[in-house]
Structure formats: C-alpha cells, structure tokens
Ligand binder design. Structure first.
Ligand code: M6R
Length: 365
C-alpha cells in the first residue's frame, strides 16, 4: 500500500508531479483560465477589492505564498490569517470581499467557523480542499478541489503542493479578471506552471544525496533557523513547520531581513541555518544575510538554483533546484525541504507518518 516506499510521507512526496498535472488539467481554454466551480461571473470577479486567505498550519503557509501572487498579478490587497484569529476578531468584510478558505481535510473547526462568519458578514467564500463533499466544500460558495487524493501521512506534502498550485491558478484568474494580466501573460504563466511537474520530478530523482548530506549536518542540532525573502520567506515557514512536526527538531522561520533584529543572537558554532537562496530580485540580499550568519559560525544549508556556482562560497551544503520564475519557486524549493525534514526525522528514529501529539484533522478548536 506504500507502493514500495518505506513510509507514506515519502510516497506522497513522490506523487507531487502527478498532483501538479491533475490540478492543471483542463484549466486553460482558448488562452484563458477556466475555474467554473467558483460560480462567479467575470464581472463579479472584477469587483473583488479585498481578499482574505484563511487557513491553519500548512494550509496557512500556502496562503502566504498566494498573497504574494494575488497582490502582484491582480493588484488586490490580500491578507492571510490563521483561522483561529480571524474568527475571533472583527475583520473588515464587505460584499466585494473574497474569502478563500484553504483546508486539506475540509473539516478543520476554526476554518469552518471562519467560513460561516465571513458568509454571515456578506463575503463570497471560495473553499480549497482535498476532500470532496467535506464541510468546507459544502459551506463555501464555490470550491476548488486539490487533486492530491487521500493523504495518509499526518504531515501535509502533496496536499500543500496541490493548494499552492490551485491558489496560483486563482491568483492568475483574479489577474485576468481584473485586467491586470493579458491573455498572452496568462498563457505564458500557465505553461511555465505546467513545466514545474517535470521539474519536481527531476528534483525527486536528483537531490537525494545532497539532502542526505544536509540532514546529516543538522541531525544532532537542538534548533535550526529557516530564512528567505519574498517567496522564499513563505517557503521557509512551511519548511520549518515540517521540520518540527516530524523530526521534533526545533525550527523557526524568519524573513531573512529580520535576522539582525533578534534571531542572529542564536547563532553559534554549527547552528544550522537553512536558506532559500533561489534566483529572485532579492537573491543578493539573502546572500548577505547568510554571510552574516556564517561569519558567526552558522552551518549554512542553501536551496539554490542550478548553475549558481557562486553560492558554494557562502554555504556549507547546497541543494540545487531547477531554474523557475520566482513566483513558482515555492513549488520547487518546498520539495527538498520536505525531503530534508523527513531525512532528519528518519535519522532521529522518529515515526515519520504519525508524529506524536498530532492528528490528521483537527475538528475541535
Ligand atoms: O486539513 P487542514 O488543511 O485544514 O489542516 C490544517 C493543519 O492542521 C495542517 O495543515 C497541519 O498543520 C499539518 N499537520 C501540516 O503538515
């Protein structure tokens, strides 16, 4: 049932190219995006002037990625909030507010409560869930199903990637309906997004050794930092959650620019810092942040773009991923981080699929 893999997590990580392909199948028609399940006309979508992405845990991290895309492609202000906070405050909601609720299980108590609250206040709610007919699907105005299929490991991997790809499509749709993206731009983005399936396949085939080497370097650490900027910051949060969830190694994510505002005090000889240093407009800034950490003794594990030889001067271990546009870097860069957390967990003798104290779905608040 594990398909020859030692655990479900590894099996599910390897299903991700298929998830990307299935999530994109049939979504581009005559040069424009089609997401009929959303049940909103192009005019209604055009009127949206505020977006909230509401979710918990890993799904919240998919939301952090979406915020960057929605704001840059659709130019609509987007806030991402954990559902347990959103439901107990008084957010600004009008009839032109779109609430996007993201939940793998479709039954997370806080996310459901947030959906109900948002609808009472007059917002349109889109659900993004992996479970057909789940409460999130039933109680939202429209729903996009991530095509992950059943996820057994408690740690979300393939469902996270399905969420990121679905939210990327939604951001493109909003960009299209706001008149911010041309048909040509949508087509180009879509085809590059589709290419990530093969790129993830390649990462899975090629990064085992570099991931293992990096895992060996951090297996005995008490704590680790994950840093990045922009899309890389969003990716770091998920990397750190995965690490603490299954390996019990304390890991925190920070926007790299925050290092000197506190976290750099943690760095001493051998302290692991995992840096997302893929190609982007802020690449040089990330490099200078990791140099600052390294100067204080940090052991740098960098996720970088293939062909970037220079990064080897600044990092102790490098895990390469194929070159993609920055907008799609979370899709590729997340994969080695999933493998890294699993490798550390295995080396530490942890139960990868069933981490202590956690349940696959959280139906009580
Ligand atoms: O089913 P949901 O997406 O609503 O679940 C949200 C979180 O409980 C979930 O993502 C959790 O953080 C996972 N264990 C992450 O791997």
């Amino acid at each position: 049932e594990k398909g020859g893999y030692p655990d479900f997590m590894l099996k599910e990580i390897h299903e991700q190219p298929r998830v990307i392909r299935d999530t994109l199948a049939g979504r581009l028609s005559a040069g424009s995006l089609v997401i009929d399940e959303l049940d909103m006309t192009a005019e209604e979508l055009n009127l949206v002037d505020r977006v909230y992405v509401i979710a918990c845990g890993t799904s919240y991290h998919a939301g952090l990625i979406a915020k960057n895309l929605i704001e840059s492609w659709a130019r609509i202000p987007c806030e991402v909030e954990v559902a347990s906070e959103f439901r107990y405050r008084n957010p600004i909601i009008t009839p032109t507010t779109l609430v996007v609720a993201v939940s793998q299980s479709g039954e997370t108590a806080d996310t459901l409560a947030a959906i109900r609250d948002a609808r009472v206040k007059g917002a349109k709610v889109f659900g993004i869930t992996n479970v057909v007919g789940s409460p999130v699907a039933r109680e939202s105005d429209g729903v996009i199903y991530t095509k992950a299929n059943k996820e057994i490991a408690v740690a979300s991997t393939k469902s996270f990637l399905g969420q990121v790809v679905s939210l990327t499509l939604l951001a493109m749709l909003l960009g299209q309906s706001q008149g911010e993206l041309t048909g040509g731009q949508v087509k180009l983005l879509f085809s590059e997004l589709a290419d990530t399936a093969e790129q993830v396949e390649r990462i899975l085939a090629e990064c085992t050794d570099s991931v293992d080497e990096a895992a060996e370097a951090m297996v005995d650490a008490a704590s680790a930092l994950f840093i990045g900027r922009g899309m890389g910051a969003a990716t770091s949060y998920e990397g750190a959650l995965k690490m603490k969830e299954i390996s019990y190694l304390h890991a925190e994510a920070y926007a790299a620019g925050e290092m000197k505002h506190g976290p750099i005090a943690l760095i001493d000889e051998g302290f692991p810092v995992v840096a997302i240093a893929t190609n982007s407009a802020v690449y040089d800034k990330v490099v200078s942040n990791l140099q600052e950490s390294r100067a204080r003794g940090a052991c740098i594990i960098a996720v970088a773009t293939e062909g970037d030889e220079d990064i080897k001067k600044h990092a102790d271990h490098v895990i390469y991923v194929p070159k993609v546009r920055d907008a799609f870097s979370p899709i590729t860069a997340s994969v080695p981080l999933q493998l890294l957390s699993r490798a550390v967990a295995v080396k530490r003798g942890c139960d990868v699929d069933q981490p202590r104290n956690l349940a696959k779905s959280v139906t009580v608040e």
